[in-house]
Design a protein around this ligand. Sequence first.
Ligand SMILES: Cc1cc2nc3c(=O)[nH]c(=O)nc-3n(C[C@H](O)[C@H](O)[C@H](O)COP(=O)(O)O)c2cc1C
Ligand SMILES: [Fe+2]
Ligand SMILES: [Fe+2]
Length: 403
Amino acid sequence: MSGPYKAVKVTDNVYWVGAIDWGIRDFHGYLTERGTTYNAFLVMADKITLIDTVKPPFRQELLGRIASVVDPKAISYVVSNHAEMDHSGSLLEVIDLVQPEKVFASSMGSRALKDHFHLDRDIVAVKDGESLSLGNLSLTFLETRMLHWPDNMFSYLAEERLLFSQDAFGMHLATSERFADEVDVSVLEYEGAKYFANILLPMSPLVTKLLEKVGNLGIQIDIIACDHGPIWRKDLDRIIGWYGSWARQQPTMKAVVAFDTMWFSTAKMAEAIAEGLLAGGAQPKLMPLKSNHRSNIATEILDAGALLVGSPTLNNNMYPTVADLLTYLRGLKPQNLVATAFGSYGWSGEAVGQIRKALEAMKVEVVDDGLRVKFVPGDDALTQCFELGRQVAEKTKELCGRG
Ligand SMILES: Cc1cc2nc3c(=O)[nH]c(=O)nc-3n(C[C@H](O)[C@H](O)[C@H](O)COP(=O)(O)O)c2cc1C
Ligand SMILES: [Fe+2]
Ligand SMILES: [Fe+2]
């Protein structure tokens, strides 16, 4: 009995048996405004194989979808491409129920799974490039270390020209459609970019290398079965091309102005700076932290050329939301950005210097000492803000020209 859940056929031998999480909004600090999916796949080979599992609360959905195709106990092999809980969280229950002959993971993955679940059974560690016969079909494993954990790997089903790509090429997007060609392209581009900016950005150079490596292997890929969001079966060049350009972080004249404010002085500064940016040929995008989540700001920075961060001074410090943003961005290591700091203060005014230091630690190109204005900015101060915007636009033009 499979209950209400049905598998979705991807190819002659591969079924989607994942789960749709419509309600999730916080994925380790990332605002998942459109929910997500945890994709798992059933390969109906002689040795029936399950690729990945799902987040623990969705175990019944996974098992139900499997049961709509085959008795779960008929599964011989389980492959874990990634040890993070959104894909491995149901592994123990699946093992208990299915009693598979073997469970496979990369060498780092087998250790990471042990550290998560303290299993008393063996996880077979596979090597980069190793192939596994499933009888009539075969899987080849390709390590993608540090994309985005040490354990990640791809599994390639040559006979179906299908790449199980785990987190890569995926996005947090819950839809009733299972395939990317059924979804609006602008939604795919935004959510794909958001995923890249918030998860893969620090590993951009590795993404570029991986794309080269896969290109050099000369393997044919007709389908990318990723672990989040829709499956790619048409226009694969689209998502692969996006990954190439996101990984390059090519700067544009877009200037992200992120700030918070208590009594709107810093907000007034941000608006005057935006006018200067515009006059200098940049496209300012104002993102007040009261109405913009850190992960949406990270997304906008992906194709920006400038980042301007503003904060009032509160008890000798930058505003807590600004510290949150800078901590988050520091980890994501955005590159190819001109940056500066600004803010209003009353007496000691530490915030701007603190932001400047944080920007320097991010190794972006910090211009100017940053601009501090005492209490409410008057006309002179607003003119200075305008000039700062114009100066940042000039520097951004230079940066774009260098690329
Ligand atoms: C609770 C509180 C604490 C403050 N602490 C400081 C401080 O330590 N040093 C300082 O220079 N200004 C401090 N200020 C003054 C603000 O930085 C000043 O009012 C500024 O103009 C606020 O900018 P905003 O309108 O963008 O919020 C404090 C203000 C408040 C309300
Ligand atoms: Fe992950
Ligand atoms: Fe994931």
